[in-house]
Design a protein around this ligand. Structure first.
Ligand SMILES: O=c1ccn([C@@H]2O[C@H](COP(=O)(O)O)[C@@H](O)[C@H]2O)c(=O)[nH]1
Length: 282
């Protein structure tokens, strides 16, 4: 079964909120955990326990595992495996992108069956050219996995690159290229990253999200300042599933599992997502 279909099923049961697992040093300290591979392992296991059965998807931030070298990456491998065992979909936020021949290595690592780092989906950076991502697009299609391609990122600096090009902006061309990958009537597995903090850019750049048949990962709610109003205005009329991601704001409620669950529920309520059957935000 494809990632797009599995995601549609999962958000139909648990709603669209994506919880980020970002073991920042300050959060580890606040939780009374050491800034070590064992600390991030315990942090990750606690978040997974709290969200299982309450959200459809988690997004581990790879950089914060990579800080600890091979033992940090082993903690990430365990989290990805436990996510699969628990029935929670995983998006590895690694933002990979390179020339095609090297991209094949990343695709093998993150998107191939049997790889210790295989996730349900991977974030990709298209700034070496959308077509350089082909090995990852192919691997995802062949293995029933998904990708999320950066289009309009949530950080203010992103505009200097992504808005460039006027009517034919970089972001617009990325949305068009990603849309072309999602043919057929079923929910597509090639998604986009569009920050919830990007204000009127979706409209001003003429991004056709009504015609986009894939999921959209929307970081920027919570700690970066976006809320329900920003989500609703940015994604009005969008056809595909929009997955608002919150990391630090939810994680700062820990380490108690009950408190993390309460933060998840509060976030779902404040974003208007509780009981949300998923596809689109009208
Ligand atoms: O445009 C982007 C792409 C990815 N991110 C990632 O999402 C989380 C956001 O964390 P918060 O604590 O909720 O701010 C983090 O892992 C980013 O690397 C993003 O913010 N914007």
């Amino acid at each position: 079964m494809t990632f797009g279909i599995r995601l549609a099923d999962a958000v139909g049961r648990f709603g669209t909120l994506c919880v980020g697992i970002d073991p920042h040093p300050a959060l580890l300290a606040a939780w009374g955990l050491p800034d070590t591979p064992d600390g991030i392992d315990r942090f990750s296991a606690t978040v997974l326990e709290a969200v299982t059965g309450h959200v459809a998807v988690i997004k581990p931030q790879v950089a914060l595992f990579e800080r600890h070298g091979s033992r940090g990456m082993a903690a990430l491998e365990r989290l990805l495996a436990r996510g699969t065992e628990s029935g929670v979909l995983t998006i590895a936020d690694a933002k990979r992108g390179d020339i095609g021949s090297t991209m094949a290595g990343y695709a093998d690592a993150w998107l191939r069956d049997g790889s210790a780092l295989a996730a349900d989906a991977l974030t990709l950076s298209p700034y070496l050219g959308f077509e350089s991502l082909r090995p990852a697009l192919t691997a995802a299609r062949e293995t029933g996995r998904g990708v999320f391609v950066l289009a309009l990122t949530s950080n203010p600096e992103g505009a200097s690159v992504q808005h460039a090009g006027g009517e034919n902006s970089v972001a617009r061309r990325i949305v068009q290229a990603a849309a072309a990958e999602n043919d057929g009537g079923v929910p597509g597995s090639v998604g986009l990253v569009i920050g919830a903090t990007t204000g009127p850019a979706v409209r001003e750049l003429g991004l056709d999200l009504a015609g986009f048949n894939g999921p959209i990962l929307a970081p920027g709610v919570g700690a970066q300042g976006a809320g329900r109003g920003e989500l609703e205005s940015t994604f009005a009329g969008t056809s595909g599933v929009v997955l608002p991601n919150s990391s630090r704001e939810i994680l700062s409620a820990g380490p108690a599992v009950a408190a993390l669950r309460a933060a998840v529920a509060a976030t779902q309520r404040s974003l208007g997502l509780a009981g949300d059957a998923g596809p689109g935000m009208d």
